[in-house]
Ligand binder design. Structure first.
Ligand code: F6P
Length: 349
């Protein structure tokens, strides 16, 4: 161990997801072996600004493995959001004797972590979490698998009601600008059509596929649409006003209802909508996310002790590794084309 490190901080920033508590528990337990103190920073970067920082001991992390969310809270506050934040952070950092910080976050939080490390010299290690799986350098982010499990169950449930009523069910799922949740959930749930942000869709092809199913004896269909999926410019059916409502980076949503209306108009088949929303982020983590959170928590702690700052713990294949934070946030990781192709095999003729 590195005898110089005795007190480290940890924060969870951005949207919550299942698996965060597994990280906290793993970091605390691993640090205890070295008698290193872990300080939990409340509500993401906001806690470093306001000074809401408390010791996380064994009792604090006891029994939290199956719990969703994060016991230390989160927020979308950014550390460099206002000029007065940085001096406050420095002063709280010193007051609490922090020597390193583990930042558990998605794209926005880790981008800020990277800047805090490179531009302002904070010794930071990142851990990737987001249901969107849109961070580079890691095959999986914590939370994706749990969200996909929720989508899968939802599709299973939609099947029975769609079949009974001979309807098209349009299910809108999260994922921000990437289609991982839609593609994985769609495949696992057996959706008939999956629409992702990375590939603009043609309404004519969607309708033709739905009519083909009907002609060949399938009286119902399930369409999964990612919240940022867009119609192909050559078949755009959205007004500018509708686009302004649906495609807001900070709050996407609404494509499913408009798409369902279009499907009814062009196929004559009754269509209904389900929007999963925050259900995808809530509840108990899957076994996979508990294991991933635990492994990445231990890895990040060990990176701190080894002085590997400015990097993010990651999963590549079956192994934990690390990548520069800059690389992790360099661009959004789009859905794997092979995966999307697999989802498309079940569409159409
Ligand atoms: O990044 C996770 C995510 O759930 C996205 O899938 C979604 O678009 C967004 O967060 C919602 O953000 P908020 O919690 O700020 O409403």
């Amino acid at each position: 161990m590195n005898p110089d490190i005795q007190r480290i901080g940890i924060l969870t920033g951005g949207g919550d997801c299942p698996g965060l508590n597994a990280v906290l528990r793993a970091v605390v337990h691993r640090a205890m072996k070295d008698q290193v103190i872990v300080l939990g920073i409340k509500n993401g970067w906001a806690g470093l600004i306001s000074g809401r920082i408390n010791v996380l001991d064994r009792d604090a992390v006891s029994g939290i493995l199956p719990r969703g969310g994060t016991i230390i809270g989160t927020s979308r506050v950014q550390p460099l959001g206002e000029p007065e934040f940085l001096p406050l952070i420095r002063s709280n950092w010193e007051k609490n004797g922090l020597q390193a910080l583990i930042v558990v976050g998605g794209e926005g939080t880790l981008r800020a972590a990277d800047e805090m490390y490179r531009e302002h010299g904070f010794p930071i290690v990142g851990i990737p979490k987001t249901i969107d799986n849109d961070l580079c350098g890691t095959d999986y982010t914590i939370g994706l698998d749990s969200a996909v499990a929720v989508v899968t169950e939802a599709i299973d449930r939609l099947h029975s009601t769609a079949e009974s009523h001979h309807r098209v069910m349009v299910l809108e799922v999260m994922g921000r600008h990437s289609g991982w949740i839609a593609a994985l959930g769609g495949i696992a749930g057996g959706a008939d059509i999956v629409l992702v942000p990375e590939v603009p869709f043609r309404l004519s092809q969607v309708c033709e596929a739905l009519l083909h199913r009907r002609r060949t004896g399938r009286q119902f269909s399930i369409v999964v649409v990612a919240e940022d999926a867009k119609p192909h410019p050559q078949e755009d059916f959205l007004s500018n006003e509708q686009k302004g409502m649906i495609y807001r980076h900070e709050r996407l949503g609404g494509i499913a209802q408009i798409l369902a209306n279009q499907i009814e108009d062009c196929t004559g088949i009754e269509a209904r909508v389900a929007v999963l929303g925050y259900v995808q982020r809530g509840g108990s983590p899957t076994a996979f996310d508990r294991v991933l959170g635990t492994r990445l928590g231990i890895k990040a702690y060990e990176m701190v002790i080894a002085g590997e700052f400015g990097r993010m713990a990651a999963l590549q294949g079956l192994h934990t590794t690390s990548v520069p934070l800059t690389e992790a946030v360099s661009q959004l990781k789009s859905v794997d084309p092979d995966l999307y192709r697999a989802a498309g095999i079940f569409t159409g003729k």
